[in-house]
Design a protein around this ligand. Structure first.
Ligand SMILES: [Cu+2]
Length: 142
């Protein structure tokens, strides 16, 4: 009986060790009123709960931004182009794994999602029309 109790305590602690990593929050801002992200790379762990905040510190009304994470870098153009005529500038596309809503100048938008189980580099873009060629970054999943 004593041994059984010890084994079950061991199992419980092992389960604790292998549980998902703590959630992470990443704040992404533009550089002032430029069409550029200040943060162009960040790291997360596979399976981690990730919150991305688009903190649009721009003061020019025309500078609206979001953060759209893709699982396929070859789809950047396709998604960027389709976004121009999509509701909220976020198209329906299988390559999109997470997207914040567009943040107006001075506003914040956010999205919470689970990081992919597969390690690698995932590109993120701003899909406000005309921005995706300039506004890009990389989410590294480790
Ligand atoms: Cu933008």
């Amino acid at each position: 009986m004593k041994r059984l109790a010890i084994i079950s305590i061991l199992c419980l602690s092992l389960v604790g060790c292998s549980s998902a990593p703590d959630p992470i929050t990443v704040v992404i801002k533009p550089i002032g009123n430029e069409m550029k992200y200040e943060t162009t790379q960040f790291e997360v762990l596979k399976g981690q709960e990730v919150t991305i905040i688009m903190d649009n510190i721009a003061t020019e009304e025309m500078m609206k931004h979001n953060v759209v994470v893709l699982n396929d870098e070859s789809k950047v153009n396709e998604v960027g182009m389709a976004a121009m005529s999509a509701p909220g500038y976020i198209p329906e596309n299988e390559a999109i794994i997470a997207a914040t809503a567009i943040a107006e100048a001075g506003q914040q938008t956010r999205i919470t999602f689970t990081a992919p189980k597969k390690t690698g580099t995932y590109v993120y873009i701003c899909t406000f029309p005309g921005h995706f060629s300039m506004m890009r970054g990389e989410m590294i999943v480790k």
